[in-house]
Design a protein around this ligand. Structure first.
Ligand code: GLU
Length: 401
C-alpha cells in the first residue's frame, strides 16, 4: 500500500500512559528484572472465589452465547437493587446498561452525548483517558485548574466560569484517579445544582466509591441531590472494589434516553459484555462488598508508608488521598538535577529515572495534566510498597544538583 492513511481522529489521541507503563513494568519483570510496579491501578488481591465460582457455573451451564447487548436482565436488576439499598435511589432496568468495563461505559457515554465541537469540562488532574475519549467523540476537552494545596479541589465558581453554550458535560471522578481526592458533599451538590441550572450533564465516575478511608461512606452524586438525577450519568464497575480488572464489567445508570443511545452504540459495536463474566458480576453485586474491609486496611497501611516516605524527600510534597489507591506527589524539586544519563527536565524524565536507576515503575504526571507530579498506585503488596519507597528515597538522594 502506497499511502497508508489513518483517520484524523486517531491522529488526535495518544497511547494510554497507564496501560503503557503497566505493560512495560510487566515485560521487565518477565525478563527477570526486579521491578517494583507502582504503575497499574489494579489491586493485587485475587478476585473473590464466590465470583469465580459463579462464572465457572455459568460456563458449565452453557451461558456462552450472546446476551442482550445492554447486559442480562438479572444483572441490570441487581444493579438497580444495589443502588436502592446503598443509595436509596430507584433506577429502573431501562435506566441501566452493562458495558465491557468502566472505560467502555465512559467511551459510550461520550459517543452518545457529544457532537463535533461540543465541550466537556475536566478538572485537573484527570484520568488519562477522559480527554482522549472526548476527542474520539469529536468533542473538545476544557480543563479546570484545581488547587493541589487544597487537596485538588475547586469551587463551583471556578467551574461556572468555564461553561459556554457549547458545554455539554463536566466529568467528576471522586475519589479521583490520580490524586485520590474525594470532593466534599456540599461542593458536589452545588456542582449538580449548577448542571441543572445550565442544562449540562455531570458524568459521575464513581469507580473508586467503595475505596474510601474517611469517616462513613461516600454517596453517589444523585443521592446528594435527587432533583438533579436526570442530569447525572453514573458510571461504575467491578474492576477496583472486586479486583476484577480483567473481567471487563462496568455500567452506567442514567436517563433512559441516554441509556438507549448507548445501547444502540453497543449493539453496533461490541454487542454484549462477555456472557459468563456477567454471571460472575451478578454474584458480586448480589453479595455486596463485605470482602473489602481487609483490603482497605492493607491499602491504608501502604498509603501511609508512601505518604511518610515522601516527607523524607526534601522539597517534595504529597497531598493525603482519602480514597482510591493512588498518591500523586509533586516531585518538581527533582527538575534540573542530574543523573548519569542526563538532567531531569519533567515528569517523564523523573519516571524514566526511577525505572532505570531505581527499578521502580511510576506513571508521569504529564498525561494526567499535572507535569510536576508522578502517580504511584499502592495496589501492590505492603512489602513491595515499603521496598519501592525506600528505593525512591535513595534515588532522590543520588541526584546531583
Ligand atoms: N484505570 C487504571 C489506571 O489508571 C487502569 C489502567 C487504565 O485503564 O487507565 O491505572
Amino acid at each position: 500500500m502506497k499511502n497508508m492513511v489513518l483517520s484524523e481522529r486517531v491522529g488526535k489521541i495518544k497511547p494510554s500512559a497507564t496501560m503503557a507503563i503497566t505493560a512495560k513494568a510487566k515485560a521487565l519483570k518477565a525478563e527477570g528484572i526486579d521491578i517494583i510496579g507502582f504503575g497499574a491501578g489494579e489491586p493485587d488481591f485475587d478476585t473473590p472465589d464466590f465470583v469465580k465460582e459463579a462464572a465457572i457455573d455459568a460456563l458449565r451451564a452453557g451461558k456462552t452465547k450472546y446476551t442482550p447487548g445492554a447486559g442480562i436482565p438479572e444483572l441490570r436488576d441487581a444493579l438497580c437493587e444495589s443502588f436502592r439499598q446503598d443509595e436509596g435511589l430507584d433506577y429502573k432496568r431501562g435506566e441501566t446498561i452493562i458495558s465491557s468495563g468502566g472505560k467502555h461505559a465512559l467511551y459510550n457515554i461520550f459517543q452518545a452525548i457529544l457532537s463535533d465541537g461540543d465541550e466537556v469540562i475536566i478538572p485537573i488532574p484527570y484520568w488519562v483517558s477522559f480527554p482522549d475519549q472526548v476527542l474520539l467523540a469529536g468533542g473538545i476537552p476544557v480543563f479546570l485548574n484545581t488547587r493541589e494545596e487544597q487537596g485538588f479541589s475547586f469551587s463551583v465558581e471556578d467551574l461556572e466560569k468555564l461553561i459556554t453554550p457549547k458545554t455539554r458535560a463536566v466529568v467528576i471522578n471522586s475519589p479521583s484517579n490520580p490524586s485520590g481526592a474525594a470532593l466534599g458533599e456540599d461542593l458536589l451538590r452545588d456542582i449538580l445544582k449548577l448542571a441543572v441550572e445550565r442544562d449540562i450533564y455531570v458524568i459521575w465516575d464513581e469507580i473508586y466509591k467503595k475505596i474510601y478511608y474517611g469517616q462513613g461512606k461516600l454517596r453517589s452524586l444523585p443521592a446528594l441531590y435527587p432533583e438533579g438525577r436526570d442530569n447525572v450519568l453514573v458510571c461504575g464497575g467491578l474492576s477496583k472494589a472486586y479486583s476484577m480488572t480483567g473481567w471487563r464489567i462496568g455500567w452506567t445508570l442514567g436517563h433512559s434516553k441516554v441509556i438507549s443511545a448507548m445501547s444502540m452504540i453497543q449493539g453496533q459495536s461490541t454487542s454484549n459484555p462477555t456472557s459468563f463474566a456477567q454471571y460472575g458480576a451478578l454474584a458480586a453485586l448480589r453479595k455486596g462488598t463485605e470482602h473489602i474491609g481487609p483490603w482497605l486496611t492493607a491499602f491504608r497501611e501502604r498509603r501511609d508508608i508512601l505518604l511518610e516516605g515522601f516527607t523524607k524527600i526534601e522539597g517534595a510534597s504529597c497531598a493525603k488521598p482519602e480514597g482510591a489507591f493512588y498518591v500523586f506527589p509533586n516531585i518538581s524539586c527533582w527538575f534540573g538535577k542530574q543523573w548519569d544519563k542526563g538532567v531531569i527536565k519533567d515528569s517523564y524524565d523523573a519516571a524514566a529515572y526511577l525505572l532505570e536507576h531505581a527499578k521502580v515503575a511510576v506513571v508521569p504526571g504529564e498525561p494526567f495534566g499535572s507535569p510536576e507530579n508522578i502517580r504511584l498506585s499502592y495496589a501492590l503488596s505492603t512489602d513491595d510498597a515499603r521496598k519501592g519507597m525506600n528505593r525512591i528515597i535513595e534515588a532522590s538522594e543520588a541526584l546531583r544538583p
